[in-house]
Design a protein. Structure first.
Length: 177
């Protein structure tokens, strides 16, 4: 999805969260748990969570750097609290909920070759409970990904962002409050 967003508008870029722990490394800025704790103590984190035996964090400096370079940060996260917490950063966020049924999640995990399938299915259930527990949470866009191709989904998201930024400009500095 993020690759499709970048194809539509090159300013869309994946925000690489800080990660400490095992598992995938692509798409993350690898660090230590101690460093994440230091940033947290210093008030430099927008959000921090643990999953899959690893710690993840969204740092203010990382988001600032992207925005200052004219980029539109695309944050991947799976918790409602995280989607709300990043709103402390002063830009106009477009909150997108991507969802698919459990069987689709399972099939996609198998296609990707995920070795931790059971853990990922457990997280699907946790995320579902989180969403049900925050049913009134406002989302800018909700996409059922089994109903749309990645290109269609990216187009929907891009249009939502353009509604915030303005359709006649690519200057994302207008996102800054």
């Amino acid at each position: 999805m993020t690759a499709e967003l970048s194809r539509i508008l090159p300013e869309f870029t994946l925000f690489e969260r800080l990660k400490a722990g095992p598992g995938r490394t692509t798409g993350y800025r690898l660090t230590t748990a101690e460093h994440i704790t230091e940033l947290s103590r210093a008030g430099e984190l927008l959000y921090r969570n643990a999953r899959y035996d690893a710690e993840y964090a969204i740092d203010r400096a990382g988001v600032s750097e992207l925005v200052e370079h004219g980029m539109i940060p695309v944050l991947h996260m799976g918790q409602v609290a995280g989607a709300s917490a990043v709103e402390a950063f002063p830009i106009h966020w477009v909150k997108v909920l991507l969802w698919c049924p459990l069987d689709v999640t399972e099939a996609r995990c198998k296609l990707r070759g995920d070795k931790d399938l059971e853990a990922r299915l457990k997280v699907w259930h946790e995320t579902r409970q989180d969403l049900l527990g925050h049913a009134k949470e406002p989302w800018s866009v909700v996409i059922e990904t089994q109903l749309h191709s990645p290109a269609e989904s990216a187009s929907i998201i891009s249009e939502a962002v353009r509604a915030v930024v303005g359709s006649e400009t690519r200057d994302i500095r207008r996102l800054v409050a």
